[in-house]
Write a protein that binds this ligand. Structure first.
Ligand SMILES: [Zn+2]
Length: 320
């Protein structure tokens, strides 16, 4: 890593793709944005993204080390995006995106899924600096995870390792998951999971007062639950207790796999403070195998949410 070089970080979201030029200290210099979905094929998207990258990098072309991308269902082993449910042009097909971007720009390009990108971002610029064993859990619409073991991102033989959001947490009568199965962790521990829990609790406790009942013109969101919890709303507090407990128990199991120094929580829901952390830590301490007790820290990501995804993706380009 050298001060005088730059990398390009690309964060492909469900709506927009954000692009940034990043230096070795993790400062983002230039930014740009294109639509993710306005294209009928991967080739069209790659054409647009390649053009945007070439524009952005025009003045520093000789100093660019490469491009790193965080993409939904990104496969680090072969640089493809494979059956990404929310990306129309990649829904049913496998697109060799990294190779396409290299051919449009001339820069080497690597990609991985968004949670793995977040893990790399934490390792190079964030809370996991200097750590060799940690897990990043991204708490967004779903639950993603990036596992680093012995200083290496765990990707598995097929490139898809670390799908902790789809570990079955409720074996019988669990919630239906977007993956087509039931009882997955992300149906409980995610922004959508929190909203679902709150709605269930409201229905199950018709006599209990809650300001959440006043939200009638749209579905209750996890932000609503957080705001209500701050005002002491019983349903909102119970929602966080339930979510924290489920997540804490799951984390204690994850610790048994790779014995991480820390688990870093990333994403909006991670910033719910003690409402989430207290029950989470309690459940984890109660449930964890004796030999691991008190050894794994829970850390809230300090990376700026708007920048973290670009930084995380760009981190991939520094790797040899
Ligand atoms: Zn699932």
């Amino acid at each position: 890593m050298s001060e005088s070089y730059y990398v390009i970080g690309v964060d492909m979201g469900g709506t927009n793709t954000a692009i940034g030029i990043v230096d070795a200290r993790g400062r983002i210099f230039y930014r740009s944005k294109i639509s993710t979905t306005d294209y009928s094929s991967g080739e069209e998207y790659a054409e647009a993204l390649g053009a945007a990258i070439n524009d952005l990098a025009a003045n520093v072309k000789s100093k660019i080390k490469g491009i790193g991308m965080g993409v939904p269902n990104g496969n680090m082993n072969n640089g493809t995006i494979e059956k990404a449910a929310n990306i129309p042009w990649a829904k049913t097909v496998t697109v060799p995106l990294a190779a396409m971007i290299t051919s449009k720009t001339g820069f080497p390009c690597k990609l991985t899924n968004d949670a793995n990108a977040a893990a790399l971002g934490e390792m190079i610029y964030g809370s996991a600096k200097g750590m060799k064993d940690f897990i990043v859990i991204t708490l967004g619409t779903g639950l993603g995870s990036g596992i680093v073991s012995n200083g290496q991102l765990v990707v598995g033989h097929d490139g898809f390792a670390g799908e902790l959001g789809h570990v079955t947490i409720i074996r019988h009568n669990g919630r239906t998951c977007g993956c087509g199965r039931t009882g997955c962790l992300e149906t409980y521990a995610s922004a959508t999971g929190v909203a679902r829990t709150a709605r269930e609790l409201l229905e199950l406790n018709p006599a209990k007062k809650s300001t959440l009942r006043e939200i009638v013109y749209r579905p209750v969101t996890s932000e609503d639950v957080f705001e209500a919890a701050k005002k002491g709303d019983a349903i909102a507090l119970e929602t966080f207790d339930f979510t924290g407990k489920i997540l804490g128990e799951a984390l204690s199991d994850f610790v048994a796999c790779t014995s991480p120094q820390a688990i870093i929580l990333f994403g909006g829901l991670a910033h719910s403070g003690d409402f989430l952390l207290k029950p989470l830590q309690e459940a984890m301490d109660n449930q964890i195998l004796n030999v691991f007790k008190g050894k794994t820290k829970i850390i809230i990501s300090q990376l700026n949410n708007a920048e973290a995804a670009i930084l995380g993706a760009s981190a991939l380009a520094w790797e040899e």
